[in-house]
Design a protein around this ligand. Structure first.
Ligand code: G3D
Ligand code: MG
Length: 319
């Protein structure tokens, strides 16, 4: 955080400590790019509401040790100038969303992106090329041809480019994790390990194949209810995602996070600690997807438990 900002904040607030964990993010992009859907996907798994945003949605989103105040700004032309000026200037982070299937408006999107960068010259920028679940989504190269990222290197500004799907959640959490780390003043924020309390294997039709609770028996019985709730959430999500081959999500269950990935017929999920990096958990279960199919053929029971214990001993709960 800049010195000036810190000074202004400490003037406004007596509790400077907690202010430091609050970050404002402006999500911008043309109308229909997927801004509201992204915000919804981050907030909850069953967020289906995507109506055009007139004006502004403000949502609070807690992730890891930060509290994000996210401004989802309407993309309609007449609103852009007034709203952007007000909210983009003061944002700690900028997220620009591009509809990667809307090639006709790539140039317009690039222009808007430039405008936004003019309003705020410091905040880290996360550029999301959205809707990769659709067949005609632009490749990374196509987008990079239109958007000049070289300028960030020239001025040493922090940025990240990712392709994602707000609808299925694919690659969204990894990108958000990047932004979280960029904005965190807490250098102790864990970047690698997570604390896995257990996990599930489901069939994509919603039938449960395995539930694994990890840790000592006492810990396991303490979390039994949590796992029942998780089971319900997974089924609900899978009903929503039945037409998609790949999906990822993060669902808050009590004080823990449930991370889920679906690849074809197979659904893997783990429950991790409240402030753990979901991106790491997603990586772990993506890696396991490959091994699990192989393991299934030989051993039918406790596949997930064994794979976790064998490959990720440092990531699973011990007590
Ligand atoms: P906006 O807030 O940027 O204006 P919205 O955009 O979030 O309202 O999304 C506009 C439309 O795009 C919505 O469709 C929404 O479901 C869809 N959409 C958003 N993200 C994705 C994505 O990743 N993949 C696909 N396939 N569609 C997406 P409707 O039909 O409701 O207008
Ligand atoms: Mg919207």
């Amino acid at each position: 955080m800049s010195f000036l900002k810190k000074l202004m904040r400490s003037r406004d607030s007596k509790d400077d400590e907690s202010e430091d964990t609050k970050k404002t993010i402006a999500i911008i992009g043309l109308d229909g790019a997927g801004k509201t859907t992204i915000l919804g996907r981050l907030l909850k798994s069953d967020y289906a509401l995507t109506r055009p945003t007139f004006g502004i949605n403000i949502e609070i989103y807690k992730y890891r040790s930060l509290e994000f105040i996210v401004y989802d700004l309407g993309g309609q032309t007449p609103l852009r100038e007034t709203l952007w000026e007000k909210f983009v200037i003061s944002a700690d982070g900028l997220v620009f969303v591009l509809d990667s299937t809307d090639r006709k408006r790539f140039d317009l999107a690039a222009e808007e992106f430039n405008n936004a960068l003019g309003y705020n010259e410091n905040a880290p920028v996360l550029f999301l090329s959205n809707k990769i679940d659709l067949e005609n989504a632009a490749s990374a190269d196509e987008v990079l041809d239109v958007i000049d990222f070289g300028r960030f290197t020239r001025v040493q500004r922090k940025y990240s480019f990712a392709r994602c799907s707000a609808l299925t959640g694919e690659l969204l959490f990894e990108s958000w994790d990047w932004l979280t780390l960029e904005l965190s003043d807490d250098k102790n924020l864990p970047t690698t390990n997570v604390k896995i309390y257990g996990g599930y294997i489901f069939d994509s039709d919603g039938s449960e194949i395995e539930t694994t609770l990890l840790g000592k028996p006492k810990t396991q019985s303490k979390h039994a209810t949590l796992f029942k709730k998780g089971n319900k959430e997974i089924k609900k999500y899978l009903r929503m995602m039945e037409h998609y081959d790949r999906a990822e999500t993060l669902i808050q269950v009590d004080e823990k996070q449930l991370v889920l990935t679906k690849e074809g017929q197979l659904v893997l999920s783990v429950i991790i600690g409240e402030n753990d990096p979901a991106a790491r958990a997603i990586q772990i279960i993506k890696n396991l997807h490959k091994n699990i199919e192989r393991k299934f053929e030989t051993e039918k029971t406790e596949c997930l438990k064994q794979l976790l214990e064998d490959n990720y001993p440092l990531d699973i709960i011990k007590d």
